[in-house]
Write a protein that binds this ligand. Structure first.
Ligand SMILES: NC(=O)c1ccc[n+]([C@@H]2O[C@H](COP(=O)([O-])OP(=O)(O)OC[C@H]3O[C@@H](n4cnc5c(N)ncnc54)[C@H](O)[C@@H]3O)[C@@H](O)[C@H]2O)c1
Length: 263
C-alpha cells in the first residue's frame, strides 16, 4: 500500500486517551489523517493531543462522554462548522466489568451497554448525519472476539459487543445508499494494553490461583499464531478498512485474532 493513504481525512477516535484508542491516533496520523481524539479523561487526552500536535496531525481534542447525546451532537457540530466534513468515525471507547452472572449488579451491566453499545450508536448517528451530506464516509467500531463468542464472567461485555455487530450490519444497510461504509474489527486479547496490564492479569491470577505469567501463557496458548494481538495488528486492519482500498466492504466484523476464534 502507498504511504499516507488517509491524507487529510478528518478522523474522530473515541476513547483516545490511552490503550488502543491512543495507538490508533498515532497509526492514523502516520497515514496522514487529521485526528480528533475524544475521551472523558482530560489529563490523558491532553497528553495525546500534545503528541499529535508534534506530528502535525491534531484537528481538535474533545472532552466528550460518548453516552451523552447532547455532548456528541455539539462536538460534531463544531467540527462540521470549522472543518466542513467528517470522513472517519472510530468508535473505540469501551469498558468491561467482570462478574459471574448471578453476582452481576444490574447497574454495572447497564453501564457497559450504555458505553459499548449506546455510545457507539450515538457517535455513529451524528457522524452519519454529516457523512450523508458528503455522500461518503467510514464508520468503524472496535468490537472484540467477545462479539462473536460468549465470554466467561463477561456477560455484559459480550452482550454489548454482540449488539455492536447487529448495529454495524443494520447501519451498513441504512447508510449504503449514501456511500457510507460501516464495519467492525474484532481483536483478540491485546496483552500489552493497560486493561490487561493494570487489571485483568491480576484479577484472573487471583480467580484461578495462578501467577500472572501462567495466566499470560494460558491466553497465548489459545492462539494458533502463538502470540498476543498487538496494537499494530489492529491499526493495520483499521487503516485498510478506513481507506479506499476497502471500498467494496461494508457490514463486516473482521476478526484480528491470530485464528483464536477457530479454537
Ligand atoms: N485490550 C484488549 O485486550 C481488547 C481486546 C479486544 C477489544 N478491545 C476493545 O478495544 C477498545 C479499547 O480498549 P482498551 O483496552 O484500549 O481500553 P482502555 O480502558 O485502555 O481505554 C478505554 C478509553 O475509553 C475511555 N472511555 C471510557 N468511557 C468513555 C466514555 N463514556 N466516553 C468517552 N471515553 C470513554 C477511557 O477513559 C479510556 O481512555 C474497547 O472497545 C475494547 O472493548 C480491547
Amino acid at each position: 500500500m502507498e504511504k499516507h493513504i488517509l491524507k487529510d481525512r478528518i478522523t474522530i477516535i473515541t476513547g483516545a486517551g490511552r490503550g488502543l484508542g491512543e495507538a490508533l491516533c498515532y497509526g492514523f496520523a502516520e497515514e496522514g489523517a487529521i485526528i480528533f481524539p475524544w475521551d472523558i479523561d482530560s489529563e490523558n487526552l491532553q497528553r495525546v493531543a500534545e503528541q499529535l500536535e508534534k506530528k502535525n496531525a491534531l484537528g481538535k481534542k474533545g472532552v466528550v462522554d460518548i453516552t451523552d447525546e447532547k455532548q456528541v451532537e455539539s462536538e460534531i457540530g463544531l467540527i462540521e462548522s470549522e472543518f466542513k466534513r467528517v470522513d472517519v468515525m472510530i468508535a473505540n471507547a469501551g469498558i468491561l466489568y467482570s462478574y459471574e452472572i448471578t453476582d452481576f449488579p444490574a447497574h454495572q451491566w447497564r453501564r457497559i451497554i450504555d458505553v459499548n453499545l449506546t455510545g457507539y450508536f450515538i457517535c455513529a448517528k451524528y457522524a452519519a448525519k454529516v457523512m450523508k451530506k458528503q455522500k461518503k464516509g467510514v464508520i468503524l467500531q472496535i468490537n472484540s472476539k467477545s462479539g462473536k463468542k460468549g465470554s466467561y464472567w463477561n456477560s455484559g461485555y459480550a452482550a454489548s459487543k454482540f449488539g455492536g455487530i447487529g448495529l454495524t450490519q443494520s447501519m451498513a444497510l441504512d447508510l449504503a445508499p449514501f456511500g457510507i461504509r460501516v464495519n467492525a474489527i474484532c481483536p483478540g486479547n491485546i496483552l500489552e494494553s493497560p486493561l490487561w496490564q493494570t487489571s485483568l492479569f491480576q484479577q484472573y491470577a487471583r480467580k484461578w490461583g495462578m501467577s500472572v505469567e501462567e495466566v499470560k501463557r494460558k491466553y497465548i496458548e489459545q492462539v494458533p499464531l502463538g502470540r498476543s494481538c498487538t496494537y499494530r495488528d489492529v491499526i493495520n486492519v483499521a487503516v485498510f478498512l478506513a481507506s479506499d482500498y476497502a471500498d467494496y466492504m461494508t457490514g463486516q466484523a473482521v476478526n484480528v485474532t491470530g485464528g483464536q476464534e477457530m479454537r
